[in-house]
Ligand binder design. Structure first.
Ligand SMILES: [Zn+2]
Length: 336
């Protein structure tokens, strides 16, 4: 080998190596970014097509995660990483289950065990305590706790925005007292019944000392995510896991509206975006569909003037696959 050639090769090697280093240096920006939290309800329960996941589909989803290098991590792992401002991997997936239905114990758990996938199950305390037929028992929950985390989903599973502060505080106090007595520990995480909440409900929930609170809005988790408002995507009968995994977190600060408007008419949507979001944005309102808007000086501002439905309304902002969702729901007890 001539000296010249050796040098060229060395150079090529150096360039290649510096390329790798260059890539590694920027890796956190691209690869370590958005984790996903999913929520299941029932498993292999043919009576409930919209909220039950057929076992064949569950296996397909787990197989997809495995084949595509996704790592199913505990909710605790993600929460700790957010607290410590550590890297969040794009490949992290957190699996949660709401309502503690028997069908999880009878049909779903086996599949989770087979894949070794951890999970967090959110317990509807009254159903377990009063031995409702469709729900797991405390004994079964103790068995379940060998494989996953047991968390809190309210005492009476109320539509929380329709309940007074007093009702909600009593519901939390009672449910948490029973949970702790039966399970022997205080639950770390809370998920809203029906995914329904607003700022009033959120503040009451926070006051009970949970480490994290989960909603049921489409989205992803990145370092800017609010620990007390973690997005969770529902996986049901017709879910498309691939599409859901492509979502990224859009860091939008909602300026208008803050809450469900008192007269039920949404006048305007205003949100502050990251400085690198500069051009077009899609926005959505329930019963109104998707529309386009421009981002100006880091803000999106659109006039809407639409009457909202009396139930759950969602506003979404989307730039390519980055998405932020705000739930607007009537609150009977909002302080004026
Ligand atoms: Zn529920």
């Amino acid at each position: 080998m001539t000296h010249q050639k050796h040098r060229q090769q060395n150079n090529a090697y150096f360039h290649k190596k510096s390329g790798v280093l260059f890539a590694l240096f920027f890796l956190p920006l691209f690869l370590f970014a958005d984790a996903h939290i999913f929520v299941y309800h029932r498993f292999g329960d043919k009576r409930y097509t919209s909220t039950s996941t057929p076992i064949s589909q569950l296996k397909n989803e787990f197989e997809y995660l495995k084949k595509n290098g996704y790592k199913v991590v505990k909710l605790s792992t993600l929460v700790q990483a957010l607290k410590n401002k550590e890297k969040i991997s794009d490949k992290w997936v957190v699996l949660t289950i709401d309502d503690s239905y028997r069908s999880f114990y009878e049909n779903g758990l086996e599949v989770f065990k087979k894949y070794g996938y951890p999970f967090t199950i959110f317990v509807y305390v009254k159903s377990v305590e009063n031995k409702y037929p469709d729900y797991t028992s405390w004994k079964e929950l103790k068995t379940i706790s060998k494989y996953g985390e047991i968390a809190y989903h309210s005492y009476s599973h109320p539509h929380m925005t329709y309940k007074s502060d007093d009702f909600l505080k009593k519901d939390f106090a009672k449910g948490l007292r029973i949970f702790e007595k039966r399970m022997g520990f205080k639950p770390k995480y809370f998920a809203y019944p029906y995914g329904e909440f607003d700022n009033r409900v959120k503040n009451i929930a926070k006051s009970f000392g949970f480490q994290a609170i989960l909603n049921q809005n489409i989205g992803a988790i990145d370092k800017n995510s609010d620990l007390f408002d973690l997005d969770r995507i529902a996986l049901t009968g017709n879910a498309n896991l691939k599409v859901d995994l492509a979502y990224k977190h859009l860091n939008a600060v909602w300026i208008k509206p803050k809450n469900y408007p008192t007269n039920g008419i949404l006048k305007q949507i205003v949100a502050k975006l990251d400085s690198n979001d500069t051009k077009d944005i899609d926005y959505y309102l329930s019963n109104y569909g998707w529309h386009k808007a421009k981002i100006k000086n880091g803000y999106v501002s659109v006039d809407i003037d639409k009457k909202l439905s009396k139930g759950r309304n969602r506003i979404a902002l989307k730039i390519k696959n980055k998405i932020a969702i705000k739930l607007l729901i009537k609150d009977k007890y909002e302080r004026k």
